[in-house]
Ligand binder design. Structure first.
Ligand code: G3H
Ligand code: 13P
Ligand code: ZN
Length: 311
C-alpha cells in the first residue's frame, strides 16, 4: 500500500465520532515507536513533518522512513507537512511525495491568508494532494517562533464559511484555546477550551474536518520521570484528555501531538542514563525512548482518539 491521503480517513473519522492522531516525526525511533503502537491496535495514522524536522533529518530520510513504516505495518498512513509557512515549502513537499500539506498563513490578514491558501490549494489539488489551512492564531512556540497569549486569537466562526469556500481547503485548523509546547495554561487556573466556538464552526461547516493543534496533554508520568532524573519542568500543563475526547467526538478529525512525544522520549532516555551511567551505545538508550513513545501513542489511540480498530 502507498502512503495514503487523509480524505477518506477524515470522512470515516467524522462519521464515526473519533479523530486521527497526527504525530510529528523527526527520526527513525520516533517513526517506529508511533507506527508500532498503531499496528498493535490497528489504527490509521498521520505522520507529520515540520520545516524544523526537514532541516534536522532531511526530507528524503523522513519520506523513506515513512514509506518503510507503511511497508512494515501495512497501515493506512498519511504524510503531512506541518505548519508550511509559504508556497515554496508546500510545493517542495507536494512534489516530494507528501499526500497532505498545511499552509499556515494564520498570522496574515484574512485576505492575505485566503490568497496564499488558495494558491497552495490550486497547486496541491492539481497534484492529488490535500490542504489544511488555519484561521485564528495559537499561542506557544513553533520553530522557535514564540506567540504570546496576548497575540493569540480565537477563530471567529463568522469567517469560516467564506474562508473555506474561497480557498477550497480540505480541512481547517482553528484556535479554541490550545497552544503549542508544554506550558499551555497558567498554573493554578483551570484549563478551558472554547467548545462553543468549535460547535459554531461545525454548524457553519457541516461534515467538514476540523483540526486541533497544540493538543498534547503533558502527561504527569513522563514529566515526573524527567524531573526525578535531573530534569527541571516546572508548571508544565497540557490539554486534559477528556477535553480531547470530547473534541474528537465532535467535528475534530485530526489531533496534533508533538510535545507529548518529546516528553516521553526524553523521560526514557533520562531514566536510562540515570540507571546506567556507564552506557554509551545509542541503541541502549534510544530503545527505552522508543518504548516510551510506543506506550504513549497506544494509550492516546485507545483512550483519547478512539481510532483503534479503524485501519
Ligand atoms: O507545532 C509545532 C510542532 O511541534 C513542530 O515543532 O517546528 O520545533 O519541529 P518544530
Ligand atoms: P503540541 O506542542 O501540543 O504537541 O502541538 C503540536 C502541534 O500542534 C504540531 O503542529
Ligand atoms: Zn501546530
Amino acid at each position: 500500500m502507498p502512503i495514503v491521503s487523509t480524505k477518506e480517513m477524515f470522512q470515516k473519522a467524522y462519521d464515526g465520532g473519533y479523530a486521527i492522531g497526527a504525530f510529528n516525526v523527526n527520526n527513525m525511533e520516533i517513526v517506529q515507536g508511533i507506527t508500532e503502537a498503531a499496528a498493535e491496535v490497528n489504527s490509521p495514522l498521520i505522520l507529520q513533518v515540520s520545516a524544523g524536522a526537514r532541516k534536522y533529518a532531511k526530507h528524503v530520510y523522513l519520506l523513506k522512513l515513512v514509506e518503510a513504516a507503511v511497508e512494515d505495518t501495512g497501515l493506512p498512513i498519511a504524510l503531512h507537512l506541518d505548519h508550511g509557512a509559504d508556497f515554496e515549502i508546500c510545493k517542495s513537499c507536494i512534489d516530494g511525495g507528501f499526500t497532505s500539506v498545511m499552509i499556515d498563513a494564520s498570522s496574515k490578514s484574512f485576505e492575505d491568508n485566503i490568497a496564499l491558501t488558495k494558491k497552495v490549494v490550486e497547486y496541491a489539488h492539481d497534484h492529488g494532494v490535500v490542504v489544511e489551512a488555519e484561521l485564528g492564531t495559537l499561542a506557544g512556540v513553533e520553530d522557535e517562533v514564540k506567540v504570546s497569549a496576548e497575540d493569540s486569537s480565537y477563530t471567529r466562526p463568522d469567517d469560516v464559511e467564506e474562508f473555506v469556500s474561497r480557498t477550497g481547503c480540505d480541512s481547517l485548523a482553528i484556535a479554541i484555546g490550545t497552544s503549542h509546547g508544554a506550558y499551555k495554561f497558567k498554573p493554578g487556573t483551570k484549563p478551558q477550551l472554547r467548545f462553543d466556538i468549535l460547535e459554531e464552526v461545525s454548524k457553519r461547516l457541516p461534515g467538514f474536518p476540523i483540526v486541533l493543534h497544540g493538543a498534547s496533554s503533558v502527561i504527569p508520568k513522563y514529566v515526573d520521570i524527567i524531573n526525578a532524573n535531573g530534569g527541571a519542568l516546572v508548571d508544565a500543563i497540557g490539554v486534559p484528555e477528556d477535553m480531547l475526547r470530547k473534541a474528537a467526538s465532535m467535528a475534530v478529525c485530526k489531533i496534533n501531538i508533538d510535545s507529548d512525544l518529546r516528553l516521553a522520549m526524553t523521560a526514557g532516555i533520562r531514566q536510562h542514563f540515570n540507571e546506567h551511567p556507564e552506557h554509551f551505545d545509542p541503541r541502549q538508550y534510544l530503545t527505552v525512548g522508543r518504548d516510551y513513545i510506543r506506550e504513549l501513542v497506544k494509550a492516546k489511540i485507545v483512550n483519547v482518539l478512539g481510532s483503534d480498530g479503524k485501519a
